[in-house]
Each structure stands twice: as C-alpha cells, then as structure tokens.
Design a protein around this ligand. Structure first.
Ligand code: SF4
Length: 226
C-alpha cells in the first residue's frame, strides 16, 4: 500500500467526530477538488506491506477505531481491501473515507463507508458513481461538502431524487473550509457560514446532520497530521 502518513488524532468529521481514531492516509487522488486540504497526498508516500501498516496501527493501542483515508484510498483497491480485512480480523472498527468515484462493491460489509458526493463548488460534480448508492447500508454515511447556496441546492435535489433521507441514518452537510485558512480557529474560515447552513436546513426540514470539521477548530487550520 502506498502510504502518506499514519497517525492518531481526534476524528474531525462524520458521526464519529470527537472520538480518538487512527488515520491511515493513502497516497494519490484522481480528483482535484477546489477546496482540497490534502494536496500533499497527491504524490510521494512510502510503499508498505499490510503487516507493516498493522504494526503502526497497533502502536496506537488502545485505540480501536481506524479510518482509511487519502487521497482516494479506493485507487489502491487491490491492496487496501486486504488491509481492511486484516483490521477487521483484529477487531478494529474500520471507517473508509472515499469520494465515491470508484465502485465500492468489494468493500467488506463490516467497514463503515463515509462517501462524499462532490457538489458543483468542488469543481468535481458528476464524479460520484450513482451505482454506489446500492452498496450503502444504513450504517454508512453520505457527505456533501458545501461551498455555497448552489451546492446546498444540489445536495437537497440529490437527496430527494434518490429518496435518501429515509434510507440513510447519517447524511452530513458540511461547510467547506478555505484552503488557505491560517491562524485563528474560527468559523470565519468556512466558505459557507455554518449559521446560514443551519437556517437553510431548518427551513427545509431536512433530516440531515450539520457537520463541522472539528479538527480545524481544535488545532490551527493549517496543521497537518491531525
Ligand atoms: S477527493 Fe479528497 S483528496 Fe481528492 S482532491 Fe478531493 S478533497 Fe482532495
């Protein structure tokens, strides 16, 4: 597996936000989202055997929650599926953060998938494979990162069109963070004001969760490896 970094931190997103978590960040991505904060994963990294990754993961005991992220981890499907299986065998709870641009059919059912649907503001709208909706079970999560009102309207339309609000327990609408955010840990760095997003969600009565990237508020927004 080509790995950019392995570290323990507080989970910043999804319904697992706030929990101690080990992050296994894989190298490379085939998308180029405008607000991407992980461009350092696009190249480089280090080739590691699954067992070497497991050694690093075990060194963060007693944490038993692992997120496989990137980059786009499913670009290395052949290597990452055995890693998921090894983690499951050792009783880790495994999260997979993915853009949904690759098919998720072979992801073991024990893995909890957190799947992004890219909105127009990302510059990568249309990259999501709608077949992936068939591979989501009710524990999985769908996430929309929003840069403005157009993205919110896109997300609302997508949810309605595919009847997802009743089917999935966790749908997350999250304001995008400014890529060049530096210094203070404030909501001013969000491309979309969280308060405005809250108003829209309440007005429309959407059965979704408003998500903030809490690691950007715990540490300086530019900090990597958190
Ligand atoms: S999919 Fe993720 S890693 Fe890839 S460009 Fe978009 S935000 Fe960055």
């Amino acid at each position: 597996v080509q790995i950019t970094e392995i570290f323990a931190s507080i989970q910043g997103e999804s319904s697992y936000a706030g929990l101690p978590c080990i992050f296994v960040r894989l190298t490379a991505c085939n998308l180029r989202c405008n607000w991407c904060d992980s461009e350092y994963t696009f190249s480089g990294g280090q080739k590691m055997a699954v067992e070497d990754v497991m050694v690093h993961v075990r060194s963060h005991a007693p944490i038993k929650l692992v997120e496989i992220t990137g980059g786009e981890p499913m670009l290395q499907e052949r290597e990452v599926i055995p890693l998921m299986q090894a983690l499951i065998e050792e009783d880790y709870s495994v999260l997979l953060e993915t853009s949904g641009e690759r098919l998720l059919a072979n992801v073991p059912r024990e893995v909890m998938k957190i799947v992004d649907v890219k909105c127009p503001g990302s510059g990568e709208a249309g990259s999501f494979k709608t077949e992936n909706l068939d591979f989501l079970n009710e524990r999985d999560e769908l996430k929309f990162v929003l840069a403005g009102r157009e993205d919110y309207d896109f997300a609302r339309q997508f949810l309605r069109e595919h009847h997802l609000e009743r089917r999935l327990r966790n749908i997350i609408l999250s304001p995008a963070f400014k890529k060049d955010a530096r210094g203070e840990r404030t909501a001013e760095h969000c491309l979309l004001d969280p308060q405005e997003l809250a108003d829209w969600i309440l007005r429309d009565g959407l059965n979704v969760r408003l998500g903030l990237q809490i690691h950007k508020f715990i540490w300086q927004p530019e900090t990597k490896g958190v």
